[in-house]
Design a protein around this ligand. Structure first.
Ligand code: GLC
Ligand code: MG
Length: 249
């Protein structure tokens, strides 16, 4: 068996079905030891919220962590975000100006302080208001010549991040660093902030059976034969997909 690069979202993808999570973790850990497979968690969570989940679910140590929707990469258990990645994100990013514009929109409520990061401004925005507010907000930000992108997930979470950053671009940074072919890379997710993982290239994709509407809509619009829609939920869906692609027996 060949090594592969395994990249997964955490909430409602890797985590959410405890029995399947235990089985999947054991199989991945064994593959890592025997074949040099690499494991990456790619989540919207900040370091604080990641650590909470890591302890609660006793998640195994990954080879790299992609936190805050791709705006921070931590290699080999390092406490500091990778400087080369931060450097790429800093061009054209001005978080004070982003915050100033956000305050013009009463529909946007800032998320807790722990989720406001160097390269990420996060708000809550209700689904009913989103279709109206998102284009207006984007136009305002672009008007100020800000190099940003909006990522909306789960009918509530809005992340404003640098244009050069999302989970997909962070994944490719690691894939190229470690020299894995796209065919030997598999990405897994359930919601809006995972679309970037599936959209950035032709890495193998696993959409778990419990995926959110926004991801399923996107998948129906842009179907691809290197993407698998699982029946089973969370880690059970990942196991199903890894077998489908032949990464696991
Ligand atoms: C996580 C983060 C939050 C973000 C969301 C979607 O829940 O804590 O800040 O908005 O993911 O990316
Ligand atoms: Mg998720």
């Amino acid at each position: 068996m060949k090594p592969f690069l395994f990249v997964t979202d955490l909430d409602h993808t890797f985590v959410g079905n405890d029995a399947a999570l235990t089985e999947l973790s054991q199989r991945l850990d064994q593959h890592r030891q025997e074949h040099g497979t690499k494991i990456v968690y790619a989540t919207g969570r900040s370091p604080i919220l990641y650590r909470e989940l890591q302890q609660e679910k006793n998640l195994m140590q990954p080879d790299a962590l992609v936190l805050s929707v791709g705006t921070e990469i931590y290699l080999d258990g390092n406490d500091h975000p990778d400087a080369a990645w931060s450097e790429i994100l800093s061009a054209g990013w001005d978080r004070e100006l982003v915050l100033k514009i956000v305050k013009f929109f009463p529909e946007l409520a800032l998320q807790p302080d722990s989720e406001q990061r160097t390269f990420k401004v996060s708000c809550f925005l209700h689904q009913e208001a989103a279709a109206n507010i998102l284009p207006q907000l984007e136009a305002e930000l672009l008007n100020c010549k800000l190099n940003i992108k909006l990522i909306y997930s789960s009918g509530i979470d809005l992340d404003i991040v640098p244009l050069t950053s999302d989970k997909g671009q962070a994944m490719q940074f690691l894939r190229q660093k470690w020299k894995f072919a796209a065919e030997q890379t598999v990405v897994c997710g359930d919601s809006g902030n995972d679309i970037a993982l599936f959209a950035v290239g032709n890495e193998r994709g696993i959409i778990v059976g419990n995926a959110r509407k926004e991801l399923l809509q996107w998948h129906n619009e842009y179907p691809a034969n290197y993407r698998y829609l699982a029946q089973a939920v969370c880690a059970g869906g990942i196991l199903e997909g890894l077998k489908y692609f032949g990464f696991l027996e």
